[in-house]
Each structure stands twice: as structure tokens, then as C-alpha cells.
Write a protein that binds this ligand. Structure first.
Ligand code: C5P
Length: 309
């Protein structure tokens, strides 16, 4: 019979948001293979939920349920598994953890669902193991795990640099209405970056976040933000999944304020003026036959946070 394991909490429930990239400018590949980025992230109201429970020393056990769970490995290929292992190693923690991941963010969608799982796991394990680490202390570990993990901890609207892992909050007003169209199937992030290299990056475009985008965010005016949305990975994503072109083209037909492929795709994010417009567009996209489903979300929202202990 197993012994009682520890005196800490019996379960810690954390949620972390999906992200979209309002701008994603990509520079030429670095010697380590990663591409330098100038990006603006926004966290949106689509969440991964992770519950961490005590387990025997050394054990990291993962159960995955929800959206796309059958495509997610439950072993050490899972970023949440690696997050728990990294935190344990760095803090000398010998206790184990049982993780229950409930997914709402589609897999390989350009929305950083796996990164949200990792961010939520860092925070959940930190509380479960009573390590008492705050977001600031978790950020360097998050950066080791993946380019999008620090932003999933931070949330809000933020400028990302380096390979995406260096994040700084951006001055942004207001709340924005988005409709996310989930394509049939996913795109592999490394494959999209490879295609980007093959197609040839398109300088002389400046490899930086435009002043126009930052000013639009400061004004809180969605009408000004719409034309500023830009993603250098959109061309390679459309090249790998040509059916996305028709989906993107619907923005004009439905008079969205702006449209952009999120991250490495294939999710397409439509910016609209109001909740009513978002509901109309969600219905239209869902019935278009051009995507698997569509979902209304708002942004910015908070990063990873504890819902209950
Ligand atoms: O950091 P992350 O694990 O999310 O990156 C996944 C892959 O995407 C990398 O292995 C790399 O091929 C590509 N990538 C890149 N440049 C970035 C971020 C990711 O080339 N800035």
C-alpha cells in the first residue's frame, strides 16, 4: 500500500490562455536554427486547464482530455511533462505529480496550446509542491521549454523578441473581438518555418513591430488595428495549406476589420467591431464549409493563473 505522500494541497487547478500574433515579423535563421522575431502577442479567452495532484516521488503522470486529446502524447514528448520535470530538477524537488490536462485549444493550430499547457503546469506544480515561485521566477524556465511559453505565463498584450521568448507588456487599451476559424488539420511549426526559408524571406520589409500597430493598440480602436495585422509566416502557411486562401478571403466578404493567420497557422483570426458582429461571423464561418469550426473570443485576457487549490 502506498504511503501518504505529502502534506501540501490535494489538487491545484490552473488555466492558461491561447495566443494570437497581431504582428509576426521573422528575420533570417540564426546559427541555432531559430528565427529572430519581432512579434506582438495577445492572449485570448480560449483556455487550457491543468489540474495537478500529488503523486509518488519521481512520478510524472499525464492524462489528456478535450479538444484533440487523441493527438497529444502523454509521455515525456508532452511539453507539460517536460515542464514538470524541469521544475523538479531545478528546485531539487523529489515529489511527483499527476497532471490532468483539459484541452480547449486545438493542437498544431498556431495558438500555442501546448505552450499554455506547459505554462499552466509550471504554475500548478509550483503551488502543489509549495515552492512559492512567482511568475518572474518561472519565466526563465518557461523560456527554456519553448518560444511561446513565457507569454502564456504573462498574458495580456506583449511584445516578443529573441526567438519569441523575451516578452515585455505592451501599452494597449480596450478589448478586441475576434473570431477564430479552426482549419481542418494542423500545421507543424518547424515545417512552416522551413517553408518560409525556402520561399525566401521578403526583406526589405523592416523586421520590427510597426509604430502604426503600437499606436493602434494604444488608441484601443479596433478599426485602426485591423489594417496593421501582419504575419510573415502567413505566406508559407498558405503555401502548405492552399485551402486557407479562401478562408482568409472571407474577411472581405463579411467586412471584418482585419484578418491574419495566427502564428504558424492554420488558425485564421478575424477582427470585428462588436460582439454582435462576432456572433454573425461565427455562424457564417461555421456554415461556410471552409473550416472545421469557428469560435468567438476576446482579448486581451490574463496569463496563467490559479483557479483553485
Ligand atoms: O520554441 P518552439 O519549441 O516552440 O519552436 C518549435 C520549432 O519552431 C523550432 O524547433 C524551430 O524549428 C521553429 N522556430 C523557429 N524560430 C522561432 C521559433 C520557432 O525557427 N523563433
Amino acid at each position: 500500500m502506498a504511503e501518504p505522500i505529502l502534506p501540501g494541497p490535494l489538487a491545484v487547478r490552473v488555466r492558461a490562455p491561447a495566443k494570437i500574433n497581431l504582428t509576426l515579423r521573422v528575420g533570417p535563421a540564426r546559427p541555432d536554427g531559430f528565427h529572430p522575431l519581432a512579434t506582438v502577442y495577445q492572449a485570448v479567452s480560449l483556455y487550457e486547464e491543468v489540474i495537478a495532484m500529488p503523486a509518488e516521488p519521481g512520478v510524472i503522470d499525464i492524462r489528456v482530455s478535450g479538444e484533440g486529446a487523441d493527438q497529444v502524447p502523454a509521455d515525456d514528448r508532452n511539453l507539460a511533462h517536460r515542464a514538470a520535470a524541469l521544475l523538479a530538477r531545478r528546485t531539487g524537488m523529489s515529489l511527483g505529480v499527476r497532471l490532468s490536462i483539459n484541452k480547449s485549444v486545438p493542437v498544431a493550430a498556431g495558438l500555442a496550446g501546448g505552450s499554455a499547457d506547459a505554462a499552466a503546469t509550471l504554475l500548478a506544480c509550483s503551488v502543489l509542491w509549495e515552492l512559492d515561485l512567482d511568475h518572474e521566477e518561472l519565466l526563465p524556465l518557461a523560456a527554456e521549454l519553448g518560444s511561446d511559453v513565457p507569454f502564456a505565463l504573462l498574458g495580456g498584450t506583449a511584445v516578443g523578441s529573441g526567438r519569441g521568448e523575451a516578452v515585455a507588456p505592451a501599452l494597449a487599451r480596450g478589448s478586441y473581438h475576434w473570431v477564430l476559424a479552426f482549419a481542418d488539420g494542423g500545421l507543424s511549426t518547424p515545417a512552416v518555418y522551413r517553408r518560409y526559408d525556402e520561399l525566401g524571406p521578403t526583406p526589405p520589409e523592416p523586421f520590427e513591430v510597426s509604430a502604426g500597430l503600437m499606436n493602434a493598440l494604444r488608441s484601443g480602436d479596433a478599426r485602426r488595428l485591423g489594417p496593421e495585422l501582419i504575419n510573415d509566416l502567413q505566406a508559407p502557411a498558405l503555401d502548405l495549406m492552399p485551402s486557407l486562401r479562401k478562408l482568409v478571403a472571407l474577411a472581405e466578404e463579411y467586412q471584418a476589420l482585419g484578418v491574419v493567420v495566427s502564428g504558424s497557422g492554420p488558425t485564421v483570426a478575424f477582427l470585428v467591431e462588436s460582439e454582435a458582429d462576432a456572433v454573425d461571423l461565427t455562424v457564417a464561418l461555421s456554415g461556410s464549409g471552409l473550416c472545421r469550426s469557428a469560435r468567438y473570443v476576446t482579448g486581451p485576457v490574463q496569463g496563467a493563473r490559479v483557479l483553485g487549490v
